[in-house]
Design a protein around this ligand. Structure first.
Ligand code: PHE
Length: 340
């Protein structure tokens, strides 16, 4: 009997329990009515009388020990269950919110607008789906004239009069049809051309065009305005150059170049070793356009200009691939955000 008690005691002390099933096994083996300890009580009657007191105390101590261990195991299992199910560790620091950032093209557009707003320009908007009149005809592109080919765009077969605008000059037509001079307006927006997508071209891009109509507006005003813009946008040392060009809606017309920001005019890969990079087109509004829009061409003169927002952003931040603007790579967008 004493040996059996010793053996059970040792078992009891050595056993470890970590799951609910093991706990139940433990209960059946040491605590329940058919447990080994209960069995010891059953055999108690066979213990010789002189040992009864001692053996009785030992069995009772064993029973207490079993109960004690049982209670400890219950507590342990409950604690670990709690930890496993706990949804959050409330003592961990919080996760920072990931804030979005302003897209580089939006940032450039806002900067351009700010510069021209200080010169008294307002901002006007127009539809991206245009009709032939506003995109071409009113701007002096005769039907079937090769000038239309410079701005090949997307038409629908059913109604060739409807087109995706190729430039925001169409907005200027709408402004001139609806407002009386003096007009000083800027039209930023998305434009479309039939171009294969590459590092330098895209079938969708953004422009800002400007229009200034008043009495006695001269080419000098055009030069002054764009010179001021170039210095504000690209830095005070920027130089500007006009190259004769052709647009159906301006006469005379000129391409606008700025001195290369990278080599400061000395010549590098970006400016193809010329020291100059093109930022847009410009010119004095052709009187025929005024007539088309119902503005007195004898009384008023004006100038217009247009530039690509992608192009200006690429020059300013030395980005060499246009596709980065539409790929939505967060690493690119975040690195850009650190520059403004
Ligand atoms: N609309 C012309 C283009 O998209 C740019 C331009 C605007 C040129 C105004 C002259 C005057 O190519």
């Amino acid at each position: 009997m004493k040996d059996a008690i010793e053996k059970l005691k040792k078992n009891l002390q050595e056993l470890e329990v970590s799951t609910a099933e093991q706990l139940e096994e433990f209960r059946m083996r040491f605590i329940g009515r058919k447990s080994e300890i209960a069995g010891l009580f059953g055999k108690f009657k066979d213990v010789p009388a002189e040992q009864k007191k001692e053996v009785g105390q030992q069995i009772n101590a064993l029973k207490e020990l079993a109960q004690e261990r049982f209670n400890t195991f219950i507590a342990q299992i409950n604690t670990s269950k709690f930890q496993a199910n706990k949804p959050h560790d409330l003592t961990l620091p919080g996760r920072p919110d990931e804030l979005g950032s302003i897209h580089p093209l939006t940032h450039t557009r806002m900067r351009i607008i700010k510069i021209f707003e200080r010169m008294g320009f307002n901002v006007s908007d127009g539809p991206e789906i245009e009709d032939d009149w506003h995109n071409f005809t009113a701007l002096n592109f005769p039907e079937n004239h090769p000038a239309r080919e410079m701005q090949d765009t997307f038409f629908i077969e059913k109604n060739p009069d409807i087109t995706l605008r190729t430039h925001t000059s169409s907005v200027q037509v709408r402004v001139m049809e609806n407002q009386k001079p003096p007009i000083r307006t800027l039209s930023p927006g998305r434009v479309f051309r039939n171009e294969a997508i590459s590092a330098r071209a895209h079938c969708v891009f953004h422009q800002v065009e400007g229009l200034f109509v008043d009495e006695n507006v001269s080419f000098k005003d055009l030069k002054d305005t764009l010179y001021h813009f170039a210095k504000e946008m690209f830095g005070q040392h920027t130089k500007i150059r006009f190259r004769p060009s052709f647009f159906p809606f301006t006469e005379p017309s000129a391409e606008i170049d700025i001195s290369c920001l990278i080599c400061k005019g000395k010549g590098c890969n970006i400016c193809k070793h010329t020291g100059w990079v093109e930022i847009g087109g410009s010119g004095m509004v052709d009187p025929q356009v005024f007539i088309n829009c119902g503005i007195d061409a004898e009384k008023y003169t004006g100038f217009a200009f247009g530039m690509g927002i992608e192009r200006i952003t690429m020059l300013r931040y030395q980005i060499n691939d246009l596709r980065l603007f539409t790929e939505n790579d967060v690493r690119f967008l975040q690195s850009m955000n650190q520059l403004y």
